[in-house]
Design a protein. Sequence first.
Lengths: 267, 310
Amino acid sequence: MWLAEFGLLFRRVRTRVLLLVLAAVPVAVAVAVRISGEGPSPGQGPRFFDQITHNGVFAALVGLTVTLPFFLPLAVAIIAGDSVAGEANLGTLRYVLSRPCGRTRLLVLKGTTLTLFCFVATFAVGLAGLIAGAILFPIGDVTTLSGTTLSLAAGTLRIGLAAVLVALSLLGLAAIGMFISTLTDAPVGAMAGTVGVAVLSGVLDAVPALSWLHPFLLTHYWLSFGDVLRSPVYWNQIVLNLIVQAVTVGIFAAAAWARFTSKDVLA
Amino acid sequence: MTDLAIETTGLTKRLGHVAVVDHVDLAVPRGSVYGFLGPNGSGKTTTIRMLLGLVWPTAGSFRLLAEPMPAASARVLPQVGALVEGPAFYPWLTGGQNLRRLDAAGLDGQRKTRAARIDAALEKVGLAAAANKRYRAYSLGMKQRLGLAAALLRPRNLLILDEPTNGMDPQGTREIRNLIRELASEGSTVFLSTHLLSEVEQLCTHLGIISVGKVVAQGSIDELRGRGDAMLRVETTDADNAVNVLKGLGLDTVVVTGEVVSAQLDGQMPEECNRALVMAGVGVRSLTTDRRSLEDAFLALTGEGFDVAG
């Protein structure tokens, strides 16, 4: 049952292309830095960027930093927006439900698959960055943001932790996407709506006058994953991010459930 | 009444202020092939969607296989195979993968027999050779066959088929009709929604006719075809009065087409009707009686594009 649902998602060409594009981002960054000969001067470019030439493993972190504001939310919005509305649009929803697969169960199935996708997408970026960095640049002990040094193994583990945090950061948006997906039979509308939510959150986050609102925004603490590269790890913002995501998931999963279990399936 | 496969009581669905399905009382006997006949937009599909738990009724209740629905959905729906408003599958999966996914979506997995059941279902609808082709590449007829295969994935006590021969070539249509007969002879109840009268005449033992959300007639084919034995057909210059006279005689179903007034005789003698018409001063040009066909019955009851007198 779970396997069938995962197979449905990952057998689809669109899903594979999305993952490929995501994985290509850190590779492209690493290749570009390598070709240009010398790395950027310290402090230039996105976070961790100036570190790539010293240590290839940082390509993974640069990949996550670069994809988190746009590519990853876009991918999640596409998959989440399609989750229910896509089935409605194809008409398969009526057959799956009359199979019967309880409505609550179908939502749980979709939510689980969506969570899996968040992790697969994030790790596609992280692993591609790690591999490209290791091939193109020297690797070795990892210098933290605080200036201390971690062994390569410990450093890689921290990067893995960062990837887990990024994946968890996406869950709030995924839940919103799934809720919007229960509102319509048009998957494109649900995808656009979900992207819209992510963009809106980013815009509001950039308006200083709304600083009181910022801590509640979905995307406000997204980049907190970088704090795992401090010594000791600075947990404050990471925890706040996880709280924001958990609350968002709670609210929108409940809303999706309330909507989906009461709606007439006319598609 | 436990010998009913489908029993609805006052089943109603309102969308906004419009009653799409209006107090529908269906009685589908077990083992019957029940033709559910109605013009487009008469509420057939909405009724079927309610039966399958896809649309929540506004009012009324229903039982499937003698169990209250939707309370018993998890127990009853696995025994119900359905084809609703055409087939729908994932284009990027093959026919076989599609059936596997659908079968795996339920709780009663029966995983061990799955592969064998899928092969058997594909074989039954003549699709075994195309099992590994992507659904995207299927022709309309093949899609319809896959939809039927999905309805036959496990032994079913009730099959709800919505226009099952839609998009099929004549050979395919015949094959599917034979398949339906075979299923019925094995004991499944078949609820066949269609607007093809020939399909009903060939296949069905029972018939329900729905028009504008209401059931206008229901019973065995012989009952419906034979009710009133015959149709009275009066050619007259004074259709309005003729209608009044015939209604005065207790004929309920009177239809006017230009200068021709048709009515179901309901046991009345044609000569009585003639006398009454003449006594009322209605000019009768000709008066004949026909044994009515199912088509007459259908059109008389639904009045689609026919009943100009309203």
